[in-house]
Design a protein around this ligand. Structure first.
Ligand SMILES: Cc1cc2nc3c(=O)[nH]c(=O)nc-3n(C[C@H](O)[C@H](O)[C@H](O)COP(=O)(O)O)c2cc1C
Length: 196
């Protein structure tokens, strides 16, 4: 049995505003959870995050007492993003397919989220995800590429990243092939209305 979610994190990465289908579907999912009393937190990646840099990498191998200002700044951004993810019971991720993969803005978020010692750790048996018991709803939109087709490198990537950090309860809502088919967005909105 799933716990009733208290905190829901909505992450959008479409470059578009109102016209974005992934944003509309993410918003619909959010409405459902809000109606059942959950708190919503939004992270809009259209205001892009910094990419990981050398200071970010070095901060992972340096005692925090010895961090330089650059390491503190780089790790600070990551900590804020990781804290948001850790505080959420449910992650709702809006991921348009851009050039067969995830948008660069979404990948920058992924790189901030996957942090050794916080969201995963190394063990004798390999890496272990530390975010247990969370649920993810991944809204994937595309113009033509069908979800999970051989040229969809976005959906499998997002699933792998979520598994890597310990999240295995994953639902994909697809609004794929919008330029080629009819009714996908309506079907996705119906799915979104039934999530909570
Ligand atoms: C930069 C860019 C690259 C895109 N690349 C692809 C692609 O590789 N395959 C595809 O099917 N659609 C592609 N599209 C179309 C989008 O996936 C589609 O318009 C989707 O609805 C975008 O999500 P949104 O409506 O939330 O903005 C691309 C769109 C943009 C803006």
């Amino acid at each position: 049995m799933r716990r009733v979610p208290v905190n829901v994190l909505l992450v959008n990465s479409s470059a578009r505003a109102e016209a974005s289908t992934s944003r509309q579907i993410v918003a619909k999912v959010g409405e459902q959870f809000a109606a059942s009393g959950a708190q919503l937190v939004s992270r809009d990646l259209a205001h892009s995050l910094p990419h990981v840099n050398e200071a970010w990498v070095q901060s992972g191998f340096t005692d925090p007492n010895d961090w330089t200002d650059a390491m503190r700044d780089a790790a600070g951004v990551s900590s804020q993003i990781v804290d948001e993810v850790m505080a959420a019971d449910v992650l709702v991720l809006g991921v348009p397919i851009y050039n067969f993969g995830v948008p660069a803005a979404f990948k920058a978020w992924v790189d901030q989220v996957c942090r050794a010692g916080r969201t995963f750790r190394y063990t004798e048996n390999g890496p272990e995800g530390l975010l247990k018991g969370k649920r993810a709803i991944v809204v994937v939109s595309s113009g033509g590429v069908p979800i999970d087709s051989p040229v969809d490198f976005a959906t499998p990537h997002v699933r792998q990243v979520l598994n890597f950090i310990g999240i295995t309860d994953i639902q994909v809502i697809g609004a794929d092939g919008q330029m080629t088919g009819e009714g996908k967005v309506e079907a996705a909105l119906e799915q979104a209305a039934a999530v909570a």
